[in-house]
Design a protein around this ligand. Structure first.
Ligand code: ADP
Length: 275
């Protein structure tokens, strides 16, 4: 049996442990904040000189004075495209740190899924065609009206679609929009490809920052390994989630499941009424 003294001693110990844990969690919070602030500042500082590089390399590649050789123009174009890659990476790092710091703000608006799919069609049809891939839209109960952050939703879909096109060399890429089978308050977007697929054991990895399914594909396909981790974080912000099913050499399907509106589904007529 424990004496009162022993109990009192334990309770003091527990209290000490508690304070220690609390201190650690405060430290961690502070470190995360410093990291995010550092990344945000650094991104800003990197962007300013990069903008000059981009602007001047563009002017050079346009060869306005007609005094540059083919090779020099080619070099200017390489500077420009590497600079654009770097700018993309900086934007991705900034996005991730903003989300981590809880500073990514959402702007919710009512929007028809048709507007979203039309935008994706305009953006990706030509790219697909150039690779000899068919780009299909399947919006079976179109148009649904959802209340969400349009830019962030588009950012997720752009990530998923550009991956699908990148890792597919023949066949098709399809963007599907449908109501959730069992939960009418949710809508499903799905990006399906007939590409290289992702091995089962690598599937959870691809959502981690800087991770790629196969290290050796980095040289072949490029990329930073940040797109899917940003997409997953953005999906969480939209109160949704991203799922993946994939078979090697057959293709992959990424699904995004988000609430139609915070909580309710508008019919297209109601949407018209609100305009
Ligand atoms: P990135 O495409 O810049 O490498 P992502 O985070 O978008 O970064 O993707 C991480 C990795 O997941 C990719 O490098 C690739 O290995 C794998 N992946 C993503 N989408 C697909 C897809 N549709 N088909 C095959 N592999 C994919």
């Amino acid at each position: 049996q424990q004496t009162n003294e022993e109990l009192a001693e334990r309770s003091v110990l527990l209290e000490e442990k508690n304070t220690e844990i609390q201190k650690k969690s405060e430290d961690l919070e502070l470190t995360t904040r410093y990291k995010s602030e550092f990344l945000a500042n650094m991104s800003h500082e990197l962007r300013t000189p990069l903008n000059s590089i981009l602007l001047l390399s563009r002017l050079l590649s346009e060869n306005i004075d007609h005094n540059m050789s083919e090779e020099q123009i080619e070099f200017a174009k390489v500077i420009q495209s590497s600079g654009n890659g770097l700018l993309g990476l900086i934007d991705e790092i900034l996005d991730l740190s903003k989300i981590e710091a809880g500073k990514m703000e959402l702007e919710l608006i009512d929007i028809s899924t048709k507007e979203i799919t039309d935008g994706m069609k305009a953006m990706f049809t030509e790219v697909a065609k150039q690779k000899g891939i068919e780009f299909k839209i399947d919006d079976e109960n179109a148009p649904l009206v959802i209340r969400t952050d349009k830019m962030r939703l588009e950012q997720i879909l752009k990530n998923l679609l550009s991956n699908a096109l990148k890792f597919t060399s023949e066949g098709s890429v399809t963007l599907i929009v449908k109501k959730h089978a069992t939960d009418e308050k949710r809508v499903l977007f799905s990006v399906k490809d007939t590409g290289i697929g992702i091995p089962r054991e690598k599937q959870p990895l691809v959502f981690e920052a800087f991770q790629q399914a196969d290290g050796s594909t980095k040289r072949k396909y490029g990329g930073t390994g940040l797109g899917l981790s940003i997409s997953r974080e953005l999906a969480k912000l939209l109160r949704g989630e991203i799922g993946l099913s994939s078979v090697v050499d057959e293709g992959s399907e990424f699904t995004l499941n988000i609430p139609v509106i915070g909580s309710m589904l508008l019919q297209p007529e109601e949407f018209e009424d609100r305009q």
